[in-house]
Design a protein around this ligand. Structure first.
Ligand SMILES: *[C@@H]1O[C@H](CO)[C@@H](O)[C@H](O)[C@H]1NC(C)=O
Ligand SMILES: *[C@@H]1O[C@H](CO)[C@@H](O)[C@H](O)[C@H]1NC(C)=O
Ligand SMILES: *[C@@H]1O[C@H](CO)[C@@H](O)[C@H](O)[C@H]1NC(C)=O
Ligand SMILES: [Mg+2]
Length: 441
């Protein structure tokens, strides 16, 4: 607390009295990468106007930051860095691509004491790819710090190599939960003096697959440890963790708009698996669809359904996770531009659908959890327009339907014989082209 107050004073002092700043000569020797001139969205540009130099970081760390091509802190970095430096727990809602790793790596590296040869910080990530990406960044920004030892350890690699590596000095470990727990239990990774633990993509880390491991890992950490938690979504699992005793009065950061089901009328129709296509056909002919997105639960089912829809005489695009990212982006872009009326896909959107013209979303296969449901159906509040969500429910989905309704505190009603157009057709009078006119010759 007192440290944090003193710290804020320091920041104030430095910004009020610019001439106290050190000479800027060191900047001349920086090896800066070419400037990134791509267009950036407001989640990385709407800042308070702080500078990295405002945080009293070690000059060597600043050099690494600037050489990464990071010129100014992003919003999540502005929120996180001073708080993390003060030692307080953080609970942040932020998506990736917004400077999240810098938000925790900068304060973490600043606080590593090189005179001590034990593990001082642990970053938990859900996947090997993310572990490698984060360790790459930390190695780059700590390059001038002279000897911060960063180690990435994940499942699927040789355990012996990791054990040998831990015999030497390691200051920062970036790990997936299973592997680090293994090393801790073997007594190889000693984490009792860890002062900072980060959970990146915490929604995944606290999912059923991992949560027990995470609890276990935390039990081995030292008493005064600080936890920084970053998550794009806040499902029940994350909320449970928040109210547990692991976090101590966390500083909350929320840089994302909530997804909402407001304005979306949700229906279900009981069907058997074999009736699904017929049911979809009926929906197509009865509803006034401007654009629709239809979700299936697997790549194969997406391809099959897209074929069926085309055979029925409706235009459709499809995308799924096994398609090349570039191609996927193009299809999505074309769909967004209205080149096609229907899109069949698997769960690809990490955020809700932000296409105004989509007024109907159909769960051809009903999702298993509430988070997925929300991502498929929900819209961010700022769009605030009407829409229809229709769920095809087989007997196997009954339980999930009830459970998702409960978790999201929402109402999914049986589909009525006819649906009032004012619930989902944007402008009365300005009627979208009827589905039939989109039929292929
Ligand atoms: C961003 O985060 C989401 C959810 O946490 C994840 O599914 C996705 O793969 C991540 N994307 C990248 C590019 O890391
Ligand atoms: C997808 O849905 C079909 C039909 O409901 C079901 O048979 C299949 O097991 C589901 N697959 C997955 C991966 O959930
Ligand atoms: C209907 O879709 C078209 C093409 O995507 C779009 O240009 C138009 O604005 C949409 N109309 C409404 C009312 O959303
Ligand atoms: Mg994320």
């Amino acid at each position: 607390m007192t440290f944090s107050v003193a710290f804020n004073w320091l920041i104030a002092l430095f910004s009020l009295v610019p001439f106290i700043r050190f000479g800027d000569d060191w900047k001349k020797s920086l090896q800066l990468p070419p400037k990134d001139t791509r267009v950036r969205t407001s989640d990385v540009t709407s800042t308070k106007g702080n500078e990295f130099e405002d945080y009293c970081l070690k000059r060597e760390l600043l050099m690494g930051i600037f050489e990464m091509g990071w010129e100014k802190p992003s919003p999540i970095q502005e929120e996180s860095i001073p708080i993390a430096l003060s030692g307080r727990d953080i609970l942040a809602r932020a998506k990736n691509g917004t400077g999240k790793s810098g938000a925790y790596l900068i304060p973490m590296l600043e606080r590593i004491d090189l005179k001590k040869d034990y593990i001082q910080a642990v970053v938990m990530v859900p996947t090997r790819e993310l572990a490698l990406q984060v360790s790459q960044i930390s190695i780059q920004i700590s390059k001038h710090l002279g000897g911060v030892k960063v180690m990435a350890t994940t499942g699927g690699t040789n355990l012996r190599d990791d054990i040998m590596r831990l015999d030497e000095t390691v200051h920062v470990v970036i790990a997936t939960p299973g592997r680090i727990l293994d090393l801790i239990k073997k007594g190889v990774a000693k984490v009792d003096r860890v002062q900072m633990m980060v959970m990146d993509e915490a929604d995944k880390l606290l999912s059923q697959d991992f949560v027990v491991l995470i609890e276990d890992i935390i039990s081995f950490l030292g008493k005064g440890r600080q936890i920084l938690l970053y998550s794009a979504t806040f499902p029940i699992s994350v909320q449970k963790f928040m109210v547990s005793s692991h976090l101590h009065k966390p500083y909350e950061i929320n840089l994302m708009e909530e997804l909402t089901l407001k304005g979306i009328t949700q229906y279900y129709a009981y069907v058997t698996e074999r009736q699904k296509v017929h049911c979809l056909n009926t929906l197509f002919s009865r509803l006034q669809i401007n654009q629709s997105i239809i979700f299936c639960n697997s790549t194969q089912r997406v391809e099959l359904l897209a074929k069926k829809i085309t055979q029925l005489g409706y235009s459709c695009f499809y995308i799924h996770a096994k398609m090349m990212q570039e191609y996927r982006n193009r299809v999505f872009h074309d769909f967004r531009n209205g080149l096609c009326r229907n899109l069949v896909c698997t769960d690809l959107f990490t955020r809700g659908i932000d296409i105004q013209a989509v007024n109907v979303v159909i769960n051809f296969d009903f999702p298993k959890n509430a988070e997925t449901y929300l991502h498929r159906i929900g819209r961010s509040g700022r769009f605030g327009h009407l829409g229809l969500a229709i769920n095809l429910i087989t007997s196997e989905d009954r339980f999930n339907l009830k459970s998702i309704e409960d978790q999201l505190v929402t109402d999914i009603k049986p589909i009525p014989g006819s649906i009032d157009k004012s619930l989902y057709v944007a402008l009365p009078g300005d009627r979208p082209v009827h589905q039939e006119t989109w039929r292929r010759p």
